[in-house]
Design a protein around this ligand. Structure first.
Ligand code: HXC
Length: 259
């Protein structure tokens, strides 16, 4: 398959596939096509018997700096409802094989949400995690309010979501968001080590065990996600969303009016 915004290596190593998000100039901002490509790649790797574990990575500067603000800026709530991009996100979540996010640099907004949709996160020391949507007049829409809160608890999640502050790789480790932190030059090797270890196990029990851990994590999550989604769409009914995203594109501070 030909992809424009990702690079896929089904046999990066024996039994381990690698997907690299590849919009480096835009800090791997997740536009709709990239997400569709990612979903298609995961469906295809899930069917590939030579793949037992999948790594998703970006580059040293960014795993992903969020959903593509320039693509979203002019959208209305109803446009988003019709596009229904979260169908793609739901499909990614349904991947049966384990996915490891290998994160270096920025993992923000949708980027942080994508890393959290993966099963484990290995980070380089420079990784920064955050949900800064509040600064552009919206809120997380791809699981941020739900998965982050379940992973790190209400206090820190609330602070991150309401202020947009980033946390470092070590803070993310301490708060239980990620599995391990290593120097930047070996973050992918470390993810690979973990993938290799999992690939030695029975693919059947790995699949069933992954399903079971997710079930424990997600009871009640769907309800939370749908609730979050409606509120995310609702943000696009506000003037503040237009102002926040316009200000980002124009590289100035937003002037929010509460309308
Ligand atoms: C579109 C983006 C982008 C984004 C960065 N870029 N993030 N474009 N969408 N999310 C672009 C910039 O416009 C710029 O392009 C180029 O990438 C480099 O970014 P800079 O801002 O110049 O880099 P820097 O000064 O190092 O700042 C890095 C940064 C900042 C702190 C990560 O880019 C930033 O704040 N980005 C936005 C983060 C964010 O708000 N994410 C949440 C998005 S909403 P040009 O062409 O100008 O040089 C979201 C909702 C998800 O994710 C829910 C639905 C799926």
């Amino acid at each position: 398959m030909n992809y424009e915004f990702i690079i896929v290596e089904p046999q990066f190593q024996t039994y381990v596939a690698l997907i690299r998000l590849n919009r480096p100039k835009e800090l791997n901002a997740l536009n709709l096509q990239l997400m569709l490509e990612l979903k298609n790649a995961l469906v295809s790797l899930d069917e590939n018997e030579n793949v037992r574990c999948i790594i998703i990575t970006g580059n040293e500067q960014a795993f992903a700096a969020g959903a593509d603000i320039k693509q979203m800026e002019s959208k209305s709530a109803i446009d988003l409802l019709k596009i229904d991009q979260f169908e793609t996100w739901d499909q990614i979540r349904k991947t049966k094989k384990p996915i490891i996010a290998a994160v270096c640099g920025f993992a923000l907004g949708g980027g942080c949400e994508l890393a959290m949709t993966c099963d484990m996160i290995v980070a380089g020391e420079s990784a920064k995690f955050g949900q800064p949507e509040i600064k552009i007049g919206v809120m997380p829409g791809a699981g941020g309010t739900q998965r982050l809160t379940r992973a790190i608890g209400k206090a820190l999640a609330m602070e991150m979501v309401l202020t947009g502050k980033f946390i470092s790789a070590y803070e993310a480790l301490k708060s239980g968001l990620i599995n391990r932190v290593v120097p930047d030059d070996v973050y992918l090797d470390e993810a690979l080590k973990l993938a290799n270890e999992i690939s030695q196990m029975s693919p059947v029990s790995v699949r069933l065990a992954k399903e079971s851990v997710l079930r424990a994590f997600e009871s009640g999550l769907q309800e939370g996600l749908y609730f979050e989604r409606k509120n995310f769409y609702m943000c696009f009914a506000s003037e503040d969303q237009k102002e926040g995203m316009k200000a980002f594109v124009e590289k100035r501070k937003p002037d929010f009016k509460g309308k």
